[in-house]
Design a protein around this ligand. Structure first.
Ligand SMILES: Cc1ncc(COP(=O)(O)O)c(C=O)c1O
Length: 384
């Protein structure tokens, strides 16, 4: 299906783009860092234009209507009633992961994460000398899930911090009700804190699946949870840093805010305005985006399964695809594909050596070209 929004994205060369700048001087297709090539929803572009014409770029503060919108949206999309006072604004999610570790320093004797995982989960606790325990995800019926046996065997102390990535980057799992209920029971039994990074929660590719924030499922876990959300990934406005934490427990919220003090700036005014525009008017665009991404995902799967040495994992959510390249007869799959004109993310950065992550947030045309290059490169290897 042709798409007016997504088939012809703007040229990002020369636009200070992290993703495209990396390969500016080569003919490599960048499918790495997690932003999309598309323009943001029309409502966001209109707001950006109005703000540019207004012409003042001084300090910002959150508009109350954005807070109200988030409260209503949360009720509608996740069946979760939140109080406006639970919201804490931040200029980014990586920053929020680090603030969480700083806030719980002294209380948490370890942070627990599930690998492979988005790299800042690997570094946040270490930045504060908090020991890190990695529990690998397990593959059940081609889907990555929580290893509950490994969790049962794990030594923990009350106050330790479990850092969940939900939906999970890079494997694309949207944890379901059963998984979350078991996880919540485990967390409660052991008196642990939960930090739930839900930045990808509005990018669910399967219509029958629904995002469930753990804090919405049980008041006892809400009392011990820092939930992190943002419109940045969904509406492609990550460059205007506007994110928020939702923390019901007031003493936990005070600790979190104290850990931010003097270090973490407020989001910029433009960040608030664009976030508000995205949540207000971005839904029709988001619905089309999900269809487009799903078609990109299915197309990529259909091509990658044919390539010798690669096993693609189908994401339920996110625009990221995790690919097992351990059977490819090369020592460095990331370098191999770069040399063959496709810039993917290297699994080693996610604690997933031998894997690659492919960003599906691009035009179908570009994706086709990248996959064709990958196919040719794999064919050359098999013919050697
Ligand atoms: C799970 C997850 N958390 C956080 C971030 C980064 O968020 P921010 O750019 O707001 O720091 C990303 C970006 O890819 C992500 O995938």
């Amino acid at each position: 299906m042709q798409s007016a929004f997504f088939d012809t994205p703007p040229d990002r060369i020369g636009q200070c783009s992290l993703k495209w700048g990396k390969y500016e001087d080569s003919d490599t297709i960048p499918l790495w860092v997690a932003d999309m090539d598309f323009t943001s929803p029309p409502a966001v572009l209109e707001q950006a234009q109005v703000s540019a014409e207004h012409g003042n770029f001084g300090y910002g503060r959150p508009p109350p209507k954005l807070t109200e919108r988030i409260v209503r949206r949360s009720e509608k999309l996740y069946n979760w009633s939140i109080d406006p006072n639970w919201i804490v604004w931040l200029p980014g999610m990586v920053c929020a992961l680090n603030v969480t570790c700083r806030a719980l320093l002294g209380e948490s004797s370890q942070a627990i994460i599930q690998t492979p995982i988005y790299p800042p989960f690997l570094s946040a606790s270490r930045n504060f000398d908090m020991p890190l325990t990695k529990v690998p995800l397990v593959l059940c019926d081609k889907r990555f899930s929580i290893d509950f046996d490994a969790l049962a065997a794990l030594e923990t102390k009350p106050g330790d911090l479990f850092m969940l990535c939900h939906p999970h980057n890079p494997v694309g799992t949207l944890f379901n009700q059963d998984e979350l209920s078991l996880l919540i029971e485990w967390l409660l039994e052991r008196n642990l804190y939960l930090c739930s990074d839900e930045i990808h929660c509005d990018l669910i590719l399967e219509k029958e699946l629904k995002h469930l924030p753990p804090a919405s499922l049980d008041p006892r876990i809400s009392d011990r949870t820092i939930t992190l959300m943002a419109p940045s990934k969904t509406f492609n406005i990550a460059g205007f840093g506007c994110s928020f934490a939702i923390i019901e427990n007031s003493s936990l919220r005070v600790k979190f805010k104290k850990a931010m003090q003097g270090i973490v700036p407020d989001p910029p005014a433009m960040g608030f305005l664009l976030a508000d525009a995205a949540y207000r008017g971005g839904e029709p665009w988001r619905m089309e985006l999900l269809d487009y991404l799903k078609e990109n995902r299915d197309y990529a799967l259909s091509q990658l399964v044919e390539m010798d040495g690669l096993i693609p994992h189908s994401p339920e959510a996110t625009y990221l695809m995790w690919i097992d390249a351990r059977n490819l007869p090369v020592s460095n799959p990331h370098k191999f594909f770069e040399e063959n004109g496709v810039g993917l993310s290297d699994g080693r950065d996610f604690d997933g050596s031998g894997f690659l992550r492919l960003n599906l947030g691009c035009s179908r045309k570009l994706l086709k070209e990248a996959l064709s290059r990958m196919g040719t490169a794999c064919e050359k290897l098999s013919n050697k």
